[in-house]
Design a protein around this ligand. Structure first.
Ligand code: IPM
Ligand code: MN
Length: 359
């Protein structure tokens, strides 16, 4: 298969972890006889310093043309500490999502049995966690009208959703649930928010055409608690942009490191794959960042194009690294292995095997 993949390393540790994904893509190319055309482009703070824009036109054009995008991370300390900055790295990512219509953000949270001791939560609570969050990504409070009054003392962000925006991701989430444990939990705040009530009404109606999927609704405050008390009760979680952002980071606590979790952002004509984690500027250039989230995101990319054996080969190699404890310090507290070494180990262990492993 020929795939054109845009590589957007971005800021902080983004380029370092992405480099490990590239090693894996090269190994997949060789082992399975594919042809991946990899093209790099700037985004985020690094793009602002180069062009004044967090998402240069040439980068957006490349992303439109590419079959898929592998994304590193975005964000830099100088912006985090300066709320006044009008041009911000995050705008690059948000614009990319909006322009490419990447409306469904899929974030699997699966416990790795071999790393169960790494979770800060009790083993009996986190054991067997296998859930996936479907977060709406191009609507809601992130993209609603923003306003600040003349003297800067009153500000607002509008949370708006249309039935169409809700139903397209709802269908996707129900279809996923059908293939998994057949349960879907809609997370909202329908006791307070009008937009949440529209979600509840629309998704309840759609649920009727998926009778094999058990459908339930949960308020976000309760869902946050339930996720810590009994994460195994969840299969597919469907939620809006803001709740999904928060809940997915919370979900990463179960696993013990945000450095392990991948995500896919899917639209009608394009798809982008990126780690859960941010740019972790403090670790930039230190060769300590965990490349697994980026490598798993690469596996999700391959899966998206029906390359299941190839995705499996990556997951298998990552499991090998867990088994041999070739992991970065976020996993074991301390480690003699750096980003590069772990990336080499995983890419060198990519083989065509019959294992069937899911992310
Ligand atoms: C994420 C990030 C982004 C978001 C930021 C960087 C804009 O936190 O992908 O979860 O809030 O969506
Ligand atoms: Mn987030």
């Amino acid at each position: 298969m020929h795939l054109k993949i845009a590589l957007l390393g971005g800021d902080g540790i983004g380029p370092e972890v992405l480099a490990q994904s590239v090693k894996c893509l090269k190994a997949i190319e060789e082992t399975f006889n594919h042809n991946f055309e990899l093209v790099e482009a700037p985004v985020g703070a690094i793009a602002i310093s180069g062009t004044g824009k967090p998402l240069p036109d040439s980068t957006l054009k490349l992303c439109h043309e590419a079959d898929a995008i592998l994304f590193g991370a975005i964000g830099a300390l100088e912006y985090d500490n300066n709320p006044e900055a009008k041009v911000r790295p995050e705008q690059g990512l948000l614009k990319l999502r909006k322009e490419l219509g990447l409306f469904a953000n899929i974030r699997p949270v699966k416990m790795f049995q071999s790393l169960i001791k790494n979770s800060p939560l009790k083993e009996n609570i986190v054991k067997g966690t296998d859930l996936v969050i479907f977060r709406e990504l191009t609507g809601g409070i992130y993209f609603g009208e923003k306003h600040i009054n003349q003297d800067g003392t009153v500000a607002s962000d509008l949370c708006e959703y249309s039935e169409k925006e809700i139903s397209r991701i709802a269908h996707m989430a129900f279809k996923a649930a059908k293939k998994r444990k057949k349960k879907l939990t809609l997370v909202d705040k329908a006791n307070v928010l009008e937009s949440s009530r529209l979600w509840r009404k629309t998704v309840t109606e759609i649920g009727k055409s998926y009778p094999e999927v058990k459908f339930e609704c949960m308020f976000i405050d309760n869902a946050a608690v339930q996720m810590m008390l009994n994460p195994s009760q969840f299969d597919v979680i469907l939620t809006d942009n803001m709740f999904g952002d928060i809940l997915s980071d919370q979900g990463s606590v179960i696993i013990g490191s945000v450095g392990l979790l991948p995500s896919a952002s899917i639209g009608a004509n394009n798809a982008m794959f990126e780690p859960f984690h941010g740019s972790y500027p403090q670790a930039k250039g230190k060769n300590i960042a965990n490349p697994v989230a980026s490598i798993f995101s690469t596996a999700m990319l391959l899966q998206h194009f029906g390359l299941d054996e190839e995705a499996n080969a990556i997951v298998f190699a990552v499991h090998e690294s867990f088994a041999k404890k070739v992991v970065t310090a976020d996993i074991l507290g301390s480690s003699k292995y750096g980003t590069d070494y772990v990336g080499d180990f995983i890419s060198e262990h990519i083989v065509d095997s019959d294992e069937n492993l899911n992310i």
